[in-house]
Design a protein around this ligand. Structure first.
Ligand SMILES: NC(=O)c1ccc[n+]([C@@H]2O[C@H](COP(=O)([O-])OP(=O)(O)OC[C@H]3O[C@@H](n4cnc5c(N)ncnc54)[C@H](OP(=O)(O)O)[C@@H]3O)[C@@H](O)[C@H]2O)c1
Length: 295
């Protein structure tokens, strides 16, 4: 099947491309940066915010994995307007299945309006659809803790539950859902464990060889209250299998003759954590595929 991946250069997109390639799909990837097509991926330039390149990107694809996001700042332009543009172009050309990634809690926590509205656009698109709501990725919590660690003490609200998930697990789930065809349902997907903030921070400090006293706090506000009430966790099955500890303490990569196998199956392979070294090879075939970087 030919599948267009938006957000292909993002944290999840970089994990999804090799999984789709390995499953035998033809993969087209959208980015606002021009990339050379190689390693089995056909790169297309396009910008969901302006709509440029979108009609060309959706042409002759059977399914779309719509991962692109503008985050908090660009949510209105990318998640909202961009999804509207993508859906209209996809419907016009007869794409059979649109899968949208969203966040667990989109329907029950404040501040998720753009994701919820994007879900609605996809559901009401007139096309067959699937929405996958995931819990926060390991990389995101890693970054959050890194930001907090500049402080001499780590503020820790024990009452907040977290359910981090590895992008490789999410990628496998997305690939299975794409192969299975449209579910026309909202599917939640979370990590294998729910940890409180103190456990999360303790494992992280150990992995990063840092010492910080943890200062017990209670974060105020509606967002924290929603999280406390479980808005960002899910008991949906199946769930991911790679734990926070696995992510932070990766085993040394086993030597392998099969480059693709090594770079997709091993969840903690350095190649699967490209944010630690953006110039690292992420996946490829015999000729070796280099992760495109912005020019
Ligand atoms: N991060 C998390 O913890 C988390 C948790 C649950 C669900 N999710 C969801 O999972 C999906 C992927 O998240 P992520 O963390 O992998 O994203 P990310 O790393 O922030 O990457 C964002 C992607 O969106 C693309 N993009 C941004 N603006 C664009 C535009 N105007 N036109 C086209 N592409 C644009 C970027 O591509 P270029 O820069 O190459 O154009 C990039 O590939 C999102 O739907 C997100 O809401 C994320």
């Amino acid at each position: 099947m030919r599948i267009l991946v938006t957000g292909a250069t993002g944290t999840l997109g970089r994990a999804l491309l090799p999984v789709l390639l390995k499953a035998g799909h033809r993969v087209r990837a959208l980015s606002r940066t021009r990339h050379e097509s190689r390693g089995g991926v056909e790169w297309m330039w396009g910008d969901l915010a302006s709509g440029k390149g979108v009609a060309e990107a959706v042409r002759q694809v059977e399914a779309i994995a719509h991962l692109a996001t503008g985050g908090r700042k660009g949510g209105a332009q990318v998640d909202l307007a961009g999804t509207r543009t993508l859906v209209a172009a996809a419907r016009a050309t007869g794409v059979a299945h649109v899968l949208l990634t969203s966040v667990v809690g989109a329907d029950r926590a404040p501040g998720q309006r753009h994701k919820l509205e994007a879900e609605r656009l996809v559901k009401e698109s007139g096309m067959a659809w699937t929405v996958v709501r995931a819990t926060p990725f390991h990389q995101r919590l890693d970054g959050l803790l890194r930001d907090f660690s500049v402080l001499p003490v780590l503020p820790v609200d024990r009452s907040l539950p977290w359910q981090p998930v590895h992008v490789n697990d999410v990628a496998l789930r997305l690939a299975a859902l794409l192969a299975g065809g449209p579910a026309c349902a909202v599917i939640e997907y979370g990590g294998p464990q729910v940890l409180d903030t103190e456990e999360l921070a303790r494992i992280w400090l150990e992995a990063r060889h840092l010492r910080r006293p943890c200062l017990p706090v209670r974060f105020p506000g509606r967002l924290a209250a929603a999280q406390r009430a479980g808005a960002f966790t899910t008991d949906a099955e199946p769930s991911g299998r790679i734990t926070w500890h696995d992510y932070l303490f990766p085993p040394p990569p086993a030597p392998s003759d099969d480059f693709a196998e090594e770079h997709t199956a091993s969840p903690t392979s350095p190649a699967n954590q490209p944010e630690h070294d953006p110039s690292r090879h992420v996946y490829g075939g015999d000729e070796g595929y280099q992760r495109p970087t912005r020019g």
